[in-house]
Design a binder for this molecule. Structure first.
Ligand code: PLP
Ligand code: SF4
Length: 362
């Protein structure tokens, strides 16, 4: 029993074949042969913990849909491998430098569970593309030599798949660079492998503050007691938590589900940060939602719930992340503006400043 609680046990006992999967869910022979066909496109592996959240009888279970390969991954060939042009913006093999003051630094090409909607399928889970220590060192040197970088986003794959010692080496090196102000991690382990968030890891991370962590929960079913405990351990050592979700058709693209997700996150003291439009990665078309879905969801949350429960709706692109929302500005003239509130009521406010009260230039 006790062994089940270690992350190493979870990793070595990951589900990677149909017989093991059948311990958790009913798989018809037809579905089994489809999985066999689809798995050549993008690797699959599921932690026993994440598999235990699956609904045995429902093939539309949101946990199943995120984790088990679908034949649609091979049918749908719209989209491209790297729509964000990350490769073109990589000064070293593991760094993506798109904004002058911050850099995304991929230190691992592996994950606890391989999300079917992954944006970085082009190298995540691919043995030939495994991130090397040399590449990590080259990334660190790039940050050291680029003084405009004040924020390093350590990502992957999943950085928390690395050992505590490896992570500490990276943190120590980054912290020795004067211009690096904040270090943040993007990791899905609190969701797919909460056992990874050990006290030992948290105490190590806390030596290198200011550290921030963004995680990746997409559905309220993922907000378990184990996940809450993992979040609590990170929070107790002073690490603020944010969540980045991806809008996925049939998984979380309804108001009811999204509300349960953001409210559940707040109860775990995780602040919803971004809700992404699913990137147009090849083999993910069955997850795509119309742009209006994200816009409407944010509209239906904003004002109707706690302000900080509402994530920004983001379309990512080679020119950066672009936040979108329906405008609340109905009309704008030189003299007045008409604004709309969350219930659809409008209000006119003056927008000129009286000459007498304006600052006087001397
Ligand atoms: C998302 C991202 C960042 C961080 O963006 P924030 O909006 O600051 O969270 C930095 N670099 C790259 C390449 C990114 O994709
Ligand atoms: S955790 Fe992130 S990088 Fe890993 S498979 Fe999921 S989306 Fe891709």
């Amino acid at each position: 029993m006790e062994k089940l609680d270690t992350w190493q046990w979870q990793m070595t006992n990951r589900i990677m074949d149909i017989p093991s999967l059948r311990h958790y869910v009913d798989i018809s022979d037809e579905e089994a042969s489809e999985i066999a066909m689809a798995q050549s496109k993008f690797r699959w592996a599921i932690t026993p913990y994440y598999a235990s959240l699956m609904d045995r009888h429902n093939e539309h279970c949101p946990i199943r849909m995120q984790a088990i390969p679908s034949i649609l991954e091979t049918h749908n060939q719209s989209g491209i491998q790297d729509p964000l042009q990350e490769e073109a913006q990589s000064p070293t093999p593991g760094t993506i430098h798109r904004y002058p003051d911050r850099v995304a630094f991929t230190v691992s090409s592996e994950c606890a569970m391989y999300c079917r909607h992954c944006t970085r399928k082009r190298f995540v889970g691919q043995p030939v593309q495994r991130t090397t220590w040399q590449a990590i060192q080259a990334g660190i040197e790039y940050v050291r030599n680029t003084e405009s970088i004040r924020d390093v986003l350590v990502t992957g794959g999943d950085p928390f798949i690395l050992s505590d010692d490896r992570l500490e080496k990276i943190l120590k090196a980054l912290r020795s660079i004067d211009h690096v102000e904040i270090i943040r991690f993007g990791t899905r382990t609190p969701c797919t492998l909460p056992q990874r968030i050990t006290d030992r890891l948290c105490d190590m991370l806390a030596k290198y503050h200011p550290i921030w962590v963004n995680t990746h929960f997409n559905h309220p079913k993922e907000l378990t007691e184990e996940a809450a405990k993992a979040a609590d351990r990170l929070l107790r050592v002073g690490i603020p938590l944010g969540n980045q979700s991806v809008l996925l058709r049939g998984i979380n693209d309804s108001l009811e589900t999204m509300k349960m997700l953001v409210h559940g996150l707040l109860k775990m003291r995780i602040r919803p940060y971004y809700m992404y439009q699913c990137d147009r990665i090849i083999g993910t078309e069955h997850f795509w939602t119309p742009l209006a879905t994200g816009l409407d969801l944010v509209e239906q949350l904003q004002g109707h719930t706690t302000g900080f429960a509402v994530p920004q709706f983001i379309v990512d692109s080679p020119i950066g992340k672009i936040p979108l929302s329906h405008s609340k500005l109905v009309e704008l003239t030189d003299d007045y503006a008409v604004l709309r509130n969350y219930e659809g009521q409008t209000m006119t406010i003056p927008c000129t400043v009286e000459a007498e009260s304006a600052p006087v230039a001397i």
